[in-house]
Design a protein around this ligand. Structure first.
Ligand code: V47
Length: 368
């Protein structure tokens, strides 16, 4: 065993990992209790190397947010508007296609589409949007709508989750992002997003999507009022769902940003630190033994830290992104987009091999 671990309190966990044994809730708590970031990172790196070697994935993508008007009032959100503000907006299907076209290149392989919950935007609006985007950009994968949006559409259209997902799938939905998971534990969820579908519902919607052949991502919003036990509970519930339905591709820990939202104001919360970000990425890599990838989302943790995270269990750094709003409204100071060249440079300079992928992790073109 590595010297770093042999005499540390993490030695029993290191042995389990070496033997390929599944870790328990208590193991997760012990990982979070450890201040030995290098040891935790070493373990995460071991797990990641086993799964991905030195391959690191990125995508040429663009974000599209159909509306920022939202019926819900999640108190960590800085993106939502009531509808009467000067910057509240709704994009028509034509507007969305036009926006997508503005930055489209023949290398674009993913549109990431999420938005507010608008009571007038029903299922046919979203189906028309998917069809129009598929028609205009047939080779671009559409990764769209969080489980929370699926649940809201089902509520306002008076149908069940399966019906909504089936209709969206037929209209061209290729994959779903992992948003809306926040923290599953009801004590926290009730405080930060009481109107959202609960943790069991979020997981059930992803399970139904997996059953329909729609692969999905998962997230966890950390760095606000949750405890370590809530994080471990969240990760193990995702691991359990993955055992059942197997359709999760990547897990994205999301660092809470405190600007321009009620939670940050009321609780006087700070931005997360690099230590905390690396710890969450590494521990999720160790506990989620049935997820292929952990994503270090550079928009949120900066490109420099995303690059370092490649030695702490991360195998994906998302992509070019272009026009991100949710994090920038909440205080993110990162650029609005990186180039393909920037991403390849970050990955190579960390001693890794860049793989350009689409939303489903198919390699789109070998990186020269
Ligand atoms: O669900 C909202 C989070 C999520 C804040 O699947 C905030 O590949 C921090 O899910 N501070 C949406 N986070 C974004 C998302 C995502 C992003 C990138 C990649 C993928 C993927 C998914 O953003 C929300 C919520 O958890 N969020 N407000 C905030 N103030």
């Amino acid at each position: 065993m590595n010297q770093l671990l042999a005499h540390s309190d993490l030695a029993p966990i290191a042995e389990k990992i070496q033997a390929g044994e599944r870790l328990s809730f208590e193991d997760g708590m012990q990982l979070y209790a450890s201040q030995n970031l290098m040891a935790v990172g070493y373990l995460a790196n071991t797990v990641n190397r086993r799964l991905n070697g030195d391959r690191v994935y990125f995508v040429q993508n663009r974000h599209l947010n159909p509306t920022n008007i939202c019926a819900f009032h999640c108190n960590f959100c800085s993106f939502r508007r009531n509808g009467d503000e000067t910057d509240a907006y709704i994009l028509s299907v034509d507007d969305i296609v036009e926006r997508a076209a503005q930055t489209y290149t023949e290398r674009t392989s993913e549109f990431h589409i999420v938005g507010g919950l608008h009571p007038d935007l029903q299922l046919d609006y979203y189906c028309n949007m998917l069809r129009a985007l598929k028609q205009a950009f047939p080779q671009v994968r559409l990764k769209a709508f969080t489980a929370v949006e699926i649940d809201y559409l089902a509520r306002i259209c008076g149908v069940d989750w399966q019906t909504v997902l089936q209709a969206l799938s037929e209209a061209g939905l290729d994959a779903m992002p992992g948003g809306g998971a926040e923290i599953f534990h009801s004590r926290v969820r009730r405080k930060i997003c009481p109107e959202k579908v609960d943790g069991d519902g979020w997981l059930a919607i992803h399970g139904i999507a997996h059953g329909l052949g729609i692969r999905t991502n998962a997230t966890m919003l950390y760095g606000h009022i949750e405890h370590d036990s809530d994080r471990v509970d969240h990760l193990l519930r995702l691991r359990e769902q993955q055992d059942k339905t197997g359709g999760f591709m990547t897990f994205v820990p999301l660092a809470y940003h405190p600007e321009n939202n009620n939670l940050g104001r009321m609780r006087k919360l700070d931005f997360t630190t690099g230590f905390e970000d690396l710890r969450n990425l590494a521990i999720s890599r160790i506990l989620l033994d049935n997820f292929a990838h952990i994503k270090g989302y550079w928009v949120m943790i900066t490109p420099a830290l995303a690059q370092l995270s490649l030695s702490f269990g991360v195998s994906d750094i998302d992509g070019t992104v272009i026009e991100e709003r949710i994090y920038h409204d909440a205080g993110a100071r990162t650029d609005q987009g990186l180039t393909r060249r920037d991403l390849i440079h970050l990955i190579r300079a960390a001693g890794k091999t860049p793989i350009e992928r689409d939303a489903l992790y198919s390699e789109v073109e070998a990186v020269a």
